[in-house]
Ligand binder design. Structure first.
Ligand code: 13P
Length: 263
């Protein structure tokens, strides 16, 4: 079964509005001569404050090659939740995807598996796609509990979702020790963990659902690593941090995921 590759840029807490516009335009310029049908699904995730500006730049270009994501959301629909944004609000700014459960949100902002599950439900109820992050710390890896920990994160994140909802969702495996460190997880090992995640989905649902869900790798992805990563059987793309902050390096990663070039 063939799954459409996904390359998503998580800008984290970077870029003022004009910088976001410039980067968005720069990415589209770099991808201008590429055939849209061959490109992976290309996603950028600016901060909340730049979503409107980035969406306007995407619409003004009209090429439809790049889509918008938010880096977080709140699961309630409205009310007295100072500082939060609902999924409907993010949809209103043009978002089609929302990243949830990123290790930085779990570590610094107390996001739990239960919150990730509630956010996933709210995102899917609004017709958007959750990008559900999971990953182990160095201590967990050294203690030999990587698979157990990730299986638990995924099982809790997907609780009570239908198989149709799970088929549409995206998972990102991001080993915490590989994020922002320059230490990319070995492709064969990343593929092993991602295949394990697919097997967890198969156990919770069925083979079709497991074969439909896209599972990305994230953690120090660079132009130099993407082809080897894309050549693995179960890696469907990348969630890119640092290397998504310049148009040139992000576009090189996108081009590295064009199906013809992944061999
Ligand atoms: P880096 O690519 O900077 O390691 O970040 C990965 C990440 O956290 C993407 O969400």
């Amino acid at each position: 079964m063939s799954r459409k590759p996904v390359i998503a840029g998580n800008w984290k807490m970077h870029n003022l509005q004009q910088e976001a516009i410039d980067l968005t335009n720069g990415i589209m310029q770099e991808l201008k001569s590429e055939d849209k049908a061959l490109l992976p699904e290309v996603i950028i995730a600016p901060t909340f404050t730049s979503l409107y500006a980035a969406n306007k730049a995407l619409k003004d270009c009209g090429c439809g090659k790049v889509r918008l994501a938010a880096q977080n959301c709140y699961y309630e629909t409205k009310g007295a939740f100072t500082g939060e944004c609902s999924v409907e609000m993010l949809k209103d700014t043009g978002c089609e995807y929302i990243i949830i459960g990123h290790s930085e949100r779990r570590q610094y902002f107390g996001e739990t598996d239960e919150m990730v599950n509630k956010k996933a439900k709210s995102i899917l109820n609004n017709g958007l796609v959750p990008i559900i992050c999971c990953g182990e710390s160095l201590e967990q890896r050294e203690a030999g509990i990587t698979d157990y920990h990730i299986a638990s994160q995924i099982t809790k994140a997907l609780r009570d979702l239908t198989k149709e909802e799970v088929s549409k969702s995206i998972i990102a495996y991001e080993p915490i020790w590989a994020i922002g460190t320059g230490k990319t997880c070995d492709s064969v090992e990343a593929n092993r963990v991602i295949a394990m995640i697919r097997n967890v989905v198969k156990g919770l649902y069925d083979t079709d659902t497991a074969n439909s869900i896209r599972i990305l790798y994230g953690g120090s992805v660079k132009p130099a690593t993407i082809k080897e990563q894309m050549a693995q059987s179960d890696i469907d793309g990348a969630l890119v941090g640092g290397a998504s902050l310049t148009a040139d390096s992000f576009a090189q990663i996108v081009k590295g995921a064009i199906c013809n070039s992944c061999v």
